[in-house]
Design a binder for this molecule. Structure first.
Ligand code: AMP
Ligand code: ZN
Length: 470
């Protein structure tokens, strides 16, 4: 498997730290509002990366944070006259709903910055002890950027160039820095802001330190992959490397992956310019599976343009795949023979394997989901031209499994069960009651299982049978 590594600016063969395991950290959203479709790109892309590793048999420890203390959250909380925690908890819950709609798996761990303050204080202490950080007179703690020899290795920036660009940009209140390149690890509280006790002052952490600390806590000092949108390369990820490697004395992450940006109608997404959509906005018009398909229709390092036409194309594309899966399901249920595959069918199955091979080739090449989707399309065409009412159950099932496995790597749901209507459920429950009265337990169980398969769970209570959708 080849992964483009921002560190080396090359595609490199993926070699895990530990055989069969992947430790991966993805910078998550700042939760002050509903997530926008730009935020959805890294979520979908890196969820797909995770799914592909899992498909290949790796055990993936996937950590993605919620940044729940930040200027924007505090501003919003003050506007609404509530605590910052109310805002962040509300938007974490909303974000989880959107993730579910996009079929993004929950991370192994979703840490929140405000639960990790002790770890941040500990790492800042280590950095001070090792001479990589210092507290200024007002209690602000800065990272001494020039003390980390390799600063700039990720963003391929040179310290002196950076310094000349920064002279004009000295932020007020930061005059106590030893060097304009130094960045904040801890800052004093301001009025109406949440704060924590620390050895330096009552205050709150800088943004970069949270990811260094959460990655260390949940994945260890060295990890395989660290990822996020390309805007995070500098300064966020560059600073994370400096903090983690200076504190831990080990290489922080071996592979750095960054997705390109999503634009709208070829312009930068911007609220003030009016070209801005939340994932929730999109969900009013489309199933979020369509958004997922759209995001994966480009390789993740290619800028992606969002437009109404492209979403319509995505909708049609997805529909073709889903229709093929439904068609296979229908044929399986009505297959004229449950016999094994005929010798001709076996040959066709052999022929279908090339789609798996080509799908894997595309994904092995730095997760080229654009090519992978094209291969799925070819598979759909192949299936449509080789199945009919006379196909055997075994043949249909093998094709379905292949289609299912490949689309599942992309996180596209093809087997959405049609929801049963309430009346239909009630009718079956009544029939089951009758069967039980007549001691026809086989039929009663059959009905229970049939309902279960449709996601309907029955519960026998004293007041009678209750049901709920699982
Ligand atoms: P933020 O909440 O701004 O920290 O962003 C969360 C994640 O979304 C980060 O990985 C960003 O790089 C990513 N992101 C933000 N805007 C876009 C965009 N327009 N296109 C792609 N990724 C984005
Ligand atoms: Zn981060």
């Amino acid at each position: 498997m080849k992964i483009y590594n921002t560190l080396s600016k090359r595609k490199e063969e993926f070699v895990p730290l530990e055989p069969g395991k992947v430790k991966m950290y993805v910078c998550g959203p700042t939760v002050y509002n509903l997530i926008h479709i730009g935020n959805a790109r890294p979520m979908i892309v890196f969820d797909t990366v995770r799914r592909y590793f899992e498909y290949k048999g790796y055990e993936v420890n996937f950590v993605s944070n919620f940044t729940d203390v930040d200027d924007k959250i505090i501003k919003r909380a003050n506007e609404e006259g509530v605590e910052a925690g109310i805002i962040s908890e509300r938007y974490i819950a909303e974000c989880r709903k959107d993730m579910q709609g996009m079929n993004v798996k929950p991370a192994t761990t979703h840490p929140q910055a405000t639960n990790e303050i002790d770890g941040m204080i500990a790492m800042i202490n280590t950095l001070i002890e090792k001479g990589h950080a210092y507290a200024a007179a007002d209690g602000t703690v800065y990272f001494r950027t020039r003390s980390f020899q390799e600063y700039g290795k990720l963003s391929h920036k040179n310290l002196d160039d950076l310094q000349s660009g920064m002279r004009a940009l000295l932020v007020s209140g930061e005059e106590q820095k030893e060097d304009p390149l130094d960045f904040v690890l801890w800052k004093p509280k301001k009025e109406n802001e949440p704060y924590w006790r620390s050895p330096w002052c009552d205050g709150r952490p800088g943004w970069h330190i949270e990811c260094s600390v959460m990655s260390k806590r949940y994945l260890g000092d060295e990890i395989d992959i660290h990822a996020g949108g390309e805007d995070l390369i500098f300064p966020h990820h560059e600073n994370e490397i400096a903090q983690s490697e200076a504190a831990n004395g080990k290489t922080f992450a071996r592979y750095w992956m960054h997705n390109a940006f999503l634009n709208i109608d070829n312009k930068k997404m911007s609220k003030s310019a009016g070209n801005f959509f939340t994932v929730r906005d999109i969900s009013e018009k489309y199933d979020l599976q369509v958004l997922r398909y759209f995001m994966l229709s480009a390789q993740y390092r290619t800028p992606l343009n969002f437009s109404a036409e492209l979403m319509e194309a995505a909708k049609n594309g997805l529909e073709r795949i889903v229709t093929c899966a439904h068609n296979l399901t229908y044929l399986m249920e009505h297959a004229s023979t449950q016999n094994g595959a005929s010798s001709e069918e076996r040959e066709y199955l052999q022929g279908a394997q090339q789609y798996r091979t080509r799908f894997e080739e595309a994904m092995d090449d730095d997760f080229n989901t654009a090519d992978a989707i094209s291969v799925v399309f070819e598979l759909v065409k192949y299936i449509n031209s080789h199945v009919d009412g006379g196909s055997s159950g075994e043949f249909l099932k093998a094709l379905y499994d292949l289609l299912y496995q490949l689309t599942d790597v992309l996180g596209l749901i093809v087997d959405k069960k049609e929801e049963m209507l309430d009346e239909e459920i009630e009718r079956l429950i009544a029939e089951r009651q009758t069967a039980r009265k007549e001691k026809n337990f086989a039929r009663a169980d059959e009905i229970r299982n049939a309902l279960l398969e449709k996601g309907i769970v029955l519960e026998d209570t004293r007041e009678g049978v209750k049901w709920k959708r699982a």
